[in-house]
Design a protein around this ligand. Structure first.
Ligand SMILES: NC(=O)NCCC[C@H](N)C(=O)O
Length: 258
């Protein structure tokens, strides 16, 4: 039985100072964000995931977006070098957490930059978004880390949104989903389904047919239910004001070797 552990990180009291790049800044309600984070982590637990909390990083406003700091492939954790300098201090605590879980740890080195939000795994294919946060050296370092383990790395241009996974994610059957106006090159994906809302392009696979999806994508949730999936809806409005999506609030680990 594969392990089902999910790394999460409690929001910083400075969350409202988080970075905003592609959208207008809106006031973040930190108390509401805390409630939404509790509900998000509870939804993971209800669906069989053991949540593992990374030591909080109270001085790092964006630290709740833990996905950006580490990329997992099998038992190997690649600690990123986030594209935004203000986020680099987030990785130390994550490194400790994955090492404590028995992962083999690897690092992205200067001049490479990589945000985990730019990495979408579909089976053994790893799509890496080359955009505002991930550079060419970062893409090459993902190749060097994971191709020897059997992955195939496919680089994908990203210009319209923060990260590759702000544009597309994948269903359990491998179909890539996204809202066309936000996807640079849908033709790069062998099977692509267009969804009616931007936030509808973001799902977290919980196991079986269950998919976590944001409350801001009701039409997509309906479309996915009609295709035989089981949407699990969570409200993450306060994180969306900071360009976060359902994927970025956790790192799911299925193949720990412990
Ligand atoms: N993977 C993600 O979707 N991460 C969201 C990061 C949002 C944060 N405010 C940032 O700009 O880095």
């Amino acid at each position: 039985m594969p392990s089902k552990k999910a790394l999460v990180r409690r929001p910083s009291p400075r969350l409202a100072e988080g970075l905003v790049t592609h959208i207008e800044r809106e006031k973040v309600d930190v108390d509401l964000a805390m409630e939404q984070w509790e509900a998000y982590t509870e939804a993971l637990r209800v669906h069989g995931w053991e949540t593992v909390e990374v030591e909080p990083a109270d001085d790092c406003p964006d630290s709740v977006f833990v996905e950006d700091t580490v990329v997992m492939f099998r038992n190997v954790a690649l600690i990123t070098r986030p594209g935004a300098e203000s986020r680099r201090a987030e990785t130390a605590g994550v490194e400790e957490a994955v090492a404590a879980l028995g992962c083999s740890v690897n690092w992205v080195w200067e001049p490479g930059t990589l945000d985990g939000g730019d990495v979408l795994k579909v089976g053994d294919t790893i799509y890496v978004g080359r955009g505002g946060r991930t550079n060419a050296a970062g893409v090459q370092q993902v190749r060097a880390a994971f191709e020897p383990l059997g992955a195939r790395v496919v680089a994908v241009p990203v210009s319209k949104v923060l990260h590759l996974k702000s544009a597309v994610t994948a269903l359990p059957d491998g179909t890539v989903i996204g809202h066309i106006p936000k996807v640079d090159r849908p033709a790069l994906f062998p099977r692509f389904l267009s969804v009616p809302e931007e936030a509808g392009g973001h799902v977290v696979l919980l196991g079986g047919h269950k998919l976590m999806i944001s409350a801001s994508a009701p039409k997509t949730a309906e479309l996915l239910a009609d295709l035989g999936h089981e949407p699990v809806v969570v409200d993450i409005s306060e994180f969306e004001k900071l360009e976060g999506c359902v994927t970025c609030l956790s790192v799911r680990m299925r193949e720990l070797y412990a």
